[in-house]
Design a protein around this ligand. Structure first.
Ligand code: GDP
Ligand code: MG
Length: 710
């Protein structure tokens, strides 16, 4: 049996901005708990957490590493997430596996872009949040400023649990706010901090609040007993101080994690769904039905596939089959293990709440829900930002094409924000990620792991095509070549389909109904959420025989992929097929497919076709003196500013939107305006119509090959 029970497990993700010291802290915690013999160091390339070759080379984390330690009878799973926005997908994946997120803030640089980002993500998911102010030993620490900035940004429920003594190179450690009245060298008003802390804890317990008001004191035991409730309610966000480098505050942090952090049962419960849609609340009950979710994948050269799971219910024994809820297929893994960075230890079973890895299971993806029964419970998939930075790729050596697409697919299965697709216009392979840096690192991976090289060129913007009015078209495909001929004729109307429609249910409720299409034949109507495309059949009297309707739909789908205006994917359109002609001998599926595609094209082009371009949400943080220059530059890039705010430390954050096409090289502009002191994040927001003059240029340069009758 597992050596620990669910109640003894603590799941913690370290998150925050790049270089705040998350990985160093992970190494320090492992060493403090004697989970490793030597303290790893990122600076000496000996980190247990940043073990990957690319991580060592770049000196920053790329993947979430999964670590664990035992302390005070508790089993702590520690997920060290990457802080760079380029690898945010891997960090977000980790959040779905834990109850607690510790946001690490540098005592030198304070609250940064990704500090806020990860804090907000943790809040959105209802996770317990802790804040760790690290690097209290560094030159130029600004402890009080940074603590103030934390409270200004994240709220007054951020309260100190301990405070540094003589922060800076002479720092001697931390003092507990509850125990110590005063400490020479501590810049914090400890009496005030103590009452802030007590107030924040007892806020969740009215009786205790009353007692405190009446008696003026409260025992440490009572406070400790109430703390988990305050943590679960989010009414307290404890702040701890550390130096990962000099091991200051690390023992205290470790004790606090083991003592106070929420166990899996105290966290916000996850909701699963039966196939019927019925909801099931998962209570991390080890005797219940197994529900696990994949939050990370690795395809290792030596072990093959490795999938990391969080168990939300039930107990898993290493000899059981694991079945995917989605495909209802699965198999027996090669092994069940606990991971310490890249080192594994085989185990026999795992209880609810634990984080483990299974090997050699093919075809598992991040977000998959797993069980052991024939119809496992479903879990909602985590959502990830849509990657936007695309590059077309070609093999450096001829003939490597097949190997490259297979290897890239393996790499993509590890990273939810890295995609490999094929450009329908050029038939080139395209890789898409969060940024140039992201794609550079993926290319390095391809080279090192698979010994494959690619060349890349200019990012492609994923424009889309749609229509703004209704239109009509028809086409007769007729060919007589020798024996049997080909014949099919299709007439259709097209309608703009509101972009707010997202599901089949919505499509039929709000658009495709009998009040709009009196003669609609529901059995043949379809909705495709990927293209927001509706297919309505109002054929009367079998002018297109039923057996050819699927071919008509296929013809439409071909055009959706090919595009009609400039070769981009079509979206937000509904077609109504209402009439056609056939021939008893010569009609065929192929003939109707062609007729349908070309009828659709004609109808589409008659309905005021327009190009849509991806619009990104941007957040730019710069020293305030550059604000004017940044706004001016965004203006030339068709940017729209929505909000502008000042941040502690004389920084300004500018929030708005801009077309992706104008922003692909933004890093260079930002660096040149701010001399490298600005930072930004960029994420897909929505599609919007391209201005007329820009559209003309894109259409002109697309030079579509004529799509004639084949
Ligand atoms: N002075 C000082 N430097 C630290 C501390 N923690 C980390 N660093 C340094 O900060 C840099 C980034 O650390 P790392 O752990 O990789 O940060 P991460 O990106 O948040 O994982 C490295 O050079 C570390 O040695 C600390 O407590 N004090
Ligand atoms: Mg790191």
């Amino acid at each position: 049996m597992s050596k620990y029970k669910t109640e003894d497990i603590r799941n913690l993700a370290l998150a925050g901005h790049r270089a705040s010291g998350k990985t160093s802290l992970a190494d320090a915690l492992l060493f403090q708990a004697k989970a490793v013999d030597r303290k790893g160091s990122v600076d000496e390339n000996s980190s247990v957490s940043d073990f990957d070759e690319e991580e060592k080379q770049h000196r920053f984390s790329i993947d979430t590493s999964v670590l664990h330690l035992n302390h005070l009878g508790k089993h702590i799973n520690l997920l060290d997430t990457p802080g760079a926005p380029d690898f945010v997908g891997n960090a977000l994946g980790a959040l779905s596996a834990v109850e607690t997120v510790a946001i690490v803030v540098s005592a030198v640089t304070g609250v940064e872009v990704n500090t806020r980002r990860m804090f907000n993500e943790a809040t959105r998911r209802g996770l317990s949040r802790w804040i760790i102010i690290n690097k209290i030993d560094a030159d130029n620490v600004r402890f009080l400023d940074v603590y103030q900035a934390v409270r200004d940004t994240f709220g007054k429920n951020c309260v100190l649990f301990n405070a540094p003594v003589s922060p800076g190179p002479g720092c001697s450690g931390v003092v507990n706010v509850l125990h110590t009245g005063n400490a020479p060298g501590c810049p914090v008003d400890l009496a005030a901090a103590k009452s802030q802390l007590i107030d924040a804890i007892i806020e969740v317990d009215e009786a205790m609040m009353e007692k405190y008001l009446n008696e003026g004191t409260i025992s440490l035991e009572e406070l400790a007993a109430t703390l988990p409730r305050a943590l679960a309610a989010g009414s307290i966000i404890p702040v701890f101080c550390t130096s990962a480098k000099k091991n200051l505050g690390v023992p205290e942090l470790l004790d606090a994690l083991a003592t106070y952090a929420l166990n899996p049962i105290q966290g916000k419960p996850r909701i699963a769904h039966k196939k019927s849609g019925e909801e099931v609340t998962l209570t991390n009950d080890s005797s219940g039905e197994l529900v696990a979710q994949v939050f990370k994948n690795v395809s290792d050269k030596f072990v093959g596939n490795l999938s990391f799971l969080r168990l939300f219910n039930g107990t898993y024994r290493a000899d059981q089959q694991l079945i995917s809820a989605e495909t209802e297929r699965g198999g027996r893994p090669g092994g069940l293990m606990k991971m310490q960075g890249n080192k594994s230890t085989a185990i026999q079973d795992a209880v609810a709440g634990d984080i483990v890895a299974v090997s050699k299971l093919e075809d598992l993806h991040i977000g998959d829900a797993l069980g052991t029964t024939a119809h496992p419970l479903h879990l909602e998939r985590p959502t990830f930002p849509t990657p936007l930075f695309g590059l077309a790729v070609q093999p450096k050596a001829r003939g490597d094409e097949q190997k490259i697409s297979g290897s890239l697919a393996k790499i993509a299965n590890e990273d939810p924000t890295f995609k490999v697709t094929r450009d329908t216009q050029t038939n080139e392979m395209v890789i898409t990620g969060m940024s140039q840096l992201h794609l550079d690192v993926m290319q390095e991976r391809l080279r090192r792991r698979f010994n494959l090289e690619i060349v890349t060129h200019e990012p492609k913007i994923p424009y889309r095509e749609t229509i703004v009015t209704n239109g009509e078209g028809n086409y007769r495909h007729k060919k007589q070549s020798g024996g049997r001929g080909q014949f099919g004729e299709v007439h259709m109307r097209v309608y703009p389909l509101p972009r707010s429609i997202k599901t089949k249910e919505q499509f039929f409720a709000e658009f495709a109904n009998k009040s709009r299409f009196e003669k609609m034949r529901e059995d043949y109507c379809r909705y495709d959420p990927e293209h927001n495309f509706g297919f309505v059949d109002t054929i009367v009297g079998g002018t297109i025989p039923n057996q050819f309707i699927p071919a008509v739909e296929k013809g439409c789908k071909e055009l959706l992929e090919r595009g009609a205006l400039a070769g981009y994917r079509i979206q937000d359109v509904c077609v109504e097929v209402y009439f056609g002609k056939y021939h008893d001998v010569d009609s065929s599926e192929a003939a109707f497919k062609i007729a349908s595609r070309l009828a659709f094209k004609q109808a589409f082009l008659s309905a005021k076709p327009v190009l849509l371009e991806p619009i990104v949400h941007i957040e730019v943080t710069v020293p305030s003196k550059y604000t004017g220059a940044i706004l001016g530059d965004l203006n030339t890039k068709r940017g729209r500013i929505e909000n502008q705010d000042s941040l502690p430390g004389d920084l300004t954050v500018i929030i708005g939107t801009a077309p992706l096409a104008e922003m692909t090289r933004y890093k260079a502009s930002l660096d040149s305006i701010t001399q490298g002191s600005g930072s930004y994040s960029m994420e897909f927001s929505h599609y919007d119509q391209v201005p007329g003059n820009v559209q003309q240029q894109i259409v002109k340069s697309a030079k579509l090959a004529a799509d004639e009758d084949e």
